[in-house]
Design a protein around this ligand. Structure first.
Ligand SMILES: *Cc1c(COP(=O)(O)O)cnc(C)c1O
Length: 366
């Protein structure tokens, strides 16, 4: 059994790509605000909390005039189904370069009332944005969490642009005016728990949802974007939200703003992932999985190992020391570690992690 010396270990060993590290200070804040837990989400204390999260997010991303911060229950996966039900009018186009971007394309392809989507696919480890088509929605992910590859956020086509920012928001900058729904969930950079979705929605997105509603399409209430918009304007959700999730998120947003906003937080993420990429490039046994530097994610670093090192074994030893969740995305099935460099992760801990990996690999080779 390998023992990593105490002094090499990171202070906090949570490097998971989702759910991800929750800052201990956010948990203290949650305990302090315990009075709001178990109270009605139709009353002022919870509605004020929702409003504070909406305002904080709008400030963090300087969202353009007329855009609204919409939220609902069910996470980003539900948002795909909601988009299929009430945001795609006839046909969508997708950039697919990993498992998350593929799931949205699949959800659209399965809808009997939509035309088959146009799919523009790139190999895992690269990135794909859709070409401009006559589709009324163009969709891709800013950060493909399953592979650690990023794609640019710029307007494509005449329809709506829907950006999956689940693991990018709160850790990468974006010009929200280039999008019609920049959507995400709180369990990644926002250092909270899962279960909610948020979207920065443009007036055009809301208009398209209104048109689809008026067309007579059957839309389940929980999958109706317009219902979510109406509730969000009242700082509510259609059904009961997880109040603890909102409290953790409120604390994280305030912490990000105190750091200097999204630019400062994005720089911290770039520092963390840069430590990993530089270490891998200098290493005898490790290389960044994403070969094109401009596609390398600043928030999720994927590091391939050569056949001399068993990444699973390295991960097992790390886990037994409380350094957890560095495994690659299941379906990718590579000899790899995947390390989240989200906003809450301390760059010093990332540096310590590289030292731990070097130590474990050295011991395994003996
Ligand atoms: C984590 C993740 C999702 C899924 O989020 P859920 O809230 O669990 O549905 C979707 N897209 C991306 C890019 C992700 O990283």
């Amino acid at each position: 059994m390998i023992t990593i010396p105490e002094e090499l270990l990171p202070a906090d060993g949570r490097f998971g790509s989702g759910p991800a590290k929750v800052r201990p200070e956010a948990l203290d804040y949650l305990a302090m605000r315990g009075d709001v837990m178990g109270t009605s989400h139709r009353q002022a204390p919870v509605r004020d909390l929702v409003a504070a999260v909406q305002t904080g997010l709008a400030e963090l991303y300087s969202i353009p005039d007329g855009y609204e911060v919409v939220l609902g229950n069910g996470g980003s996966t539900l948002f795909w189904d909601l988009a299929v039900s009430s945001l795609i009018e006839n046909r969508s186009a997708h950039g697919v370069f990993g498992e998350f971007s593929r799931k949205f394309a699949k959800a659209s392809a399965a809808a009997p009332f939509l035309d088959d989507p146009a799919v523009f696919e790139a190999q895992p480890g690269s990135a794909a944005v859709p070409e401009a088509t006559d589709a009324d929605v163009h969709a891709w992910a800013q950060n493909e969490t399953s592979t650690g590859a990023v794609a640019p956020v710029t307007r494509i086509g005449d329809g709506l642009v829907l950006i999956d920012a689940t693991s990018a928001a709160g850790g990468m900058e974006a010009d929200v005016s280039q999008t019609d729904a920049y959507y995400f969930a709180p369990q990644k950079n926002f250092s909270s728990d899962g279960g909610l979705w948020f979207a920065f929605a443009s007036p055009a997105a809301i208009e398209q949802a209104e048109r689809i509603n008026a067309s007579g399409r059957w839309i389940p209430a929980s999958l109706d974007f317009l219902t979510a918009v109406k509730n969000s304007r009242l700082h509510q959700t259609l059904n009961t939200p997880a109040v603890a999730t909102l409290l953790l998120m409120e604390d994280q947003i305030n912490w990000m703003l105190a750091q200097g906003g999204i630019g400062a937080v994005a720089e911290r993420c770039r520092t963390s992932s840069g430590i990993l990429y530089d270490w891998a490039l200098a290493s005898e046994f490790a290389t960044p999985f994403v070969t094109e530097p401009e596609h390398r994610s600043p928030v999720v670093a994927t590091i391939d190992f050569d056949e001399s090192v068993d990444a699973k074994e390295v991960s097992r030893v790390l886990r037994s020391h409380g350094v957890v969740d560095v495994d690659p995305y299941r379906a990718l099935n590579r000899n790899q570690l995947r390390i989240a460099c989200y906003a809450s992760v301390d760059p010093d801990d990332v540096r310590a992690l590289t030292g731990c990996i070097d130590f474990v690999v050295g011991e395994l080779g003996k």
